[in-house]
Write a protein that binds this ligand. Structure first.
Ligand code: B4P
Length: 194
C-alpha cells in the first residue's frame, strides 16, 4: 500500500492534481471537500450541518470529517493505496488518521505540500467562482476566511508530519503538467524507498 497526503491551502491545486495522480498510480481518492459537497447535494442531515460552515469559509467540525474518513477506509479494503486530498486539515484530524491507519497496520508514506502565493490562490479561486456555482468561491471575503482558517488550523498539520520526516514541499505554480511532473518525481522516488 502507498498512502499519500496532498496538502496545501485552498486553491493550491489539490483537487486538480489528485485527478491526474489517482489515474497514474491507481490510488483511491479521498477528498473530504468532495465527500461533503456530495452530502450537501443529497441534502443529508450531515450535509445540511456541514453547509453552514462551508458557506462561511469555516472548517467543518473534526468529528464529522473523521467519521466520514473512517467509513471510507473501512469501505475500501483491497486497494493499492489512498490519496488524501484536503484531509487532515487540523492536528486533531492528523492524530485521528494516524490511529485509524495504525489499526490497519498502515501509515502515511509521504505528504506532498503544494506551495502557492496568497495572491495566486485568490486569483484562482475568484476565477473558479465565476463558473463553479460554489458559494465559498464567489465571495472574496469568504475566500480570505478560508485562507485564514488554513494558516490558523491547517498549517500545524505540516508540522505534525515534518516531525515524522514525511513532508516534501513542491512548487505549486506554473502549468498543471509541470506541477504534475514535480509531484510524480517525488512519488516515484518515495515508492522506490518503501
Ligand atoms: P476543498 O474541497 O478541499 O476545497 P479547496 O481547498 O478550495 O480545493 P482545492 O485546493 O482542491 O482546489 P483546487 O486547487 O483544485 O474544501 C472546501 C471546504 O470544505 C473547506 O473550506 C471546508 O469548509 C470543508 N472541508 C473540506 N475538508 C475538510 C476537513 N478535512 N475538515 C474540515 N472542513 C473541511 O482548485 C482551485 C482552482 O485553481 C481550480 O479552478 C483549478 O482549475 C485552478 N488551478 C489548479 N491548478 C492550477 C494551475 N497550475 N494554474 C492555474 N490554475 C490552477
Amino acid at each position: 500500500m502507498f498512502n499519500l497526503i496532498l496538502f496545501g491551502p485552498p486553491g493550491s491545486g489539490k483537487g486538480t492534481q489528485s485527478e491526474k495522480l489517482i489515474s497514474k498510480y491507481n490510488l483511491k481518492h479521498l477528498s473530504t471537500g468532495d465527500l461533503l459537497r456530495s452530502e450537501i447535494a443529497r441534502k443529508t442531515p450531515l450535509g445540511l450541518e456541514a453547509k453552514k460552515f462551508m458557506d462561511k469559509g469555516q472548517l467543518v467540525p473534526d468529528e464529522v470529517v473523521i467519521g466520514m474518513i473512517s467509513y471510507a477506509l473501512d469501505a475500501n479494503p483491497d486497494i493499492e493505496g489512498f490519496l488524501f486530498d484536503g484531509f487532515p486539515r487540523t492536528s486533531t484530524q492528523a492524530e485521528a488518521l494516524d490511529k485509524l491507519l495504525e489499526l490497519k497496520n498502515l501509515s502515511i508514506n509521504v505528504m506532498l505540500a503544494l506551495d502557492v502565493t496568497e495572491e495566486e490562490l485568490i486569483k484562482r479561486l475568484v476565477k473558479r467562482g465565476e463558473t463553479s456555482g460554489r458559494p465559498d468561491d464567489n465571495n472574496k471575503q469568504v475566500i480570505r476566511i478560508r485562507i485564514q482558517e488554513y494558516h490558523k488550523k491547517t498549517s500545524p498539520v505540516a508540522d505534525h508530519y515534518t516531525k515524522a520526516n514525511k513532508v516534501v514541499l513542491v512548487k505549486g505554480e506554473g502549468s498543471v503538467d509541470d506541477i504534475f511532473n514535480r509531484l510524480t518525481k517525488e512519488i516515484d522516488s518515495h515508492m522506490i524507498k518503501n
